[in-house]
Design a protein around this ligand. Structure first.
Ligand code: NCD
Ligand code: ZN
Length: 346
């Protein structure tokens, strides 16, 4: 029997939603993960520290008793964000990062930033106090092909911002391209990237071949195979600038299975099994702990978790429920399209 013991992992990019969905999905994260960076794209978004404090309370109230889980809160950056409020949120230990969504980039991003100049006072303050900016790295202009949005964002938004404010710590979230990987690898400081579980497993064929498959549609959209391979190399390399952010993004099935389905893939229940599988395929099981449990805390200046998690490689494929039932409806769980053998020991 093969086993692997690592420090308990954290998820550096997670959507938990609110209300019935929150109470339905939270245990899929709190069962395995000690901490998670919680995305603020609720409707309306989490824009002030008062919003974040209230949301944190609702999350804590939904965590099953017995699970130790710490939500790390973020603020949704708008053109009206008050630098003083952000600084106060960091000061009291409530805010871990601020999230930049370009307006219209993804689910619930209509309040996002249209003109980055308007956000400069907040960004300058964040650089001063050492508060990281998490970016959804896609441009949204109609002329840019959806598969090129990330590469164009790096060139036209991220690189100029980093030159203008080199002291700002930036997490480029859910990197999906070779260009993204290379940009991070070639950066000298203050830049890291998260990688999702699903982008290590699917390329864009999963969405389109043999029929249109809404449960593989997310943003940033999965790219060509050579991008997936670049992500695999980065994730399994042990380079501390790449670490896990699942971007697990639950939507109830009717919102996915329709004429204009939402972006988002729900990977929380089987993420650790999927990752162990991927790292084993890459002969890199020894790097799994760095990716899931060490590099993220180091980047955010937090101690790694003391608790351990053991994964056991079973002889028979594991059975995961295909759906997570919630009070708001069923949510389809990510199917990696291959059998999973690595089980998290309870
Ligand atoms: C996210 C969501 O549903 O909130 N969707 C997604 O496809 N990842 C938004 C996001 O992070 O882009
Ligand atoms: Zn996300």
């Amino acid at each position: 029997m093969k086993t692997l013991t690592i420090r308990r992992p954290d998820d550096w990019h997670l959507h938990l939603r609110d209300g019935e969905v929150l109470s339905g999905v939270i245990e899929d994260t709190s069962r395995h993960f000690a901490r998670a960076i919680i995305m603020p794209n609720l409707v309306p978004p989490v824009v002030t520290t008062a919003d974040a404090a209230a949301y944190r309370e609702r999350i804590m109230a939904a965590v099953p008793s017995g699970d130790r889980f710490q939500p790390l809160m973020t603020l949704y950056l708008t053109e009206g964000t008050d630098p003083q409020d952000v600084a106060a949120g960091k000061e009291r230990g409530l805010i871990t990062a601020v999230k930049l969504y370009p307006a219209g980039a993804t689910t619930n991003s209509s309040s996002g930033v249209r003109n980055i100049d308007k956000a400069m006072p907040v960004l300058e303050r964040m650089a001063e106090i050492g508060l990281p900016l998490c970016v959804h790295g896609e441009v949204t202009t109609a002329e840019v092909d959806i598969f090129d949005r990330e590469a164009v964002f790096i060139e036209t938004v991220l690189d100029p911002l980093r030159k203008r404010l080199p002291e700002l710590k930036i997490t480029m979230e859910h990197v999906t391209t070779k260009e993204g990987v290379d940009y991070i690898k070639n950066s000298s400081a203050n830049l890291a990237g998260t990688i999702t579980t699903h982008h290590l497993i699917i390329n864009r064929n999963a969405i389109l071949v043999g029929g249109i498959r809404p449960h593989y549609y997310c943003l940033p959209v999965a790219k060509r195979e050579h991008h997936r391979l670049a992500l695999r190399t980065a994730a399994t390399s042990g380079d501390p600038r790449f670490f896990l952010g699942t971007d697990s993004a639950p939507h109830v099935d009717p919102l996915k299975e329709c004429a204009c389905g939402c972006a988002g893939i729900y990977t929380s229940p089987n993420t650790m099994s999927c990752l162990a599988h991927v790292f084993e395929e890459e002969n890199a099981l020894a790097q799994l702990e760095a990716f899931t449990s060490l590099s993220g805390p180091a980047w955010y200046g937090l101690p790694p978790n003391e608790e351990r998690m053991t994964l056991v490689r079973r002889d028979e494929p594991l059975q995961f429920p295909k759906k997570r039932e919630t009070g708001a409806g069923a949510i389809t769980v990510f199917d990696p399209l291959f059998p999973l053998y690595w089980e998290v020991e309870a």
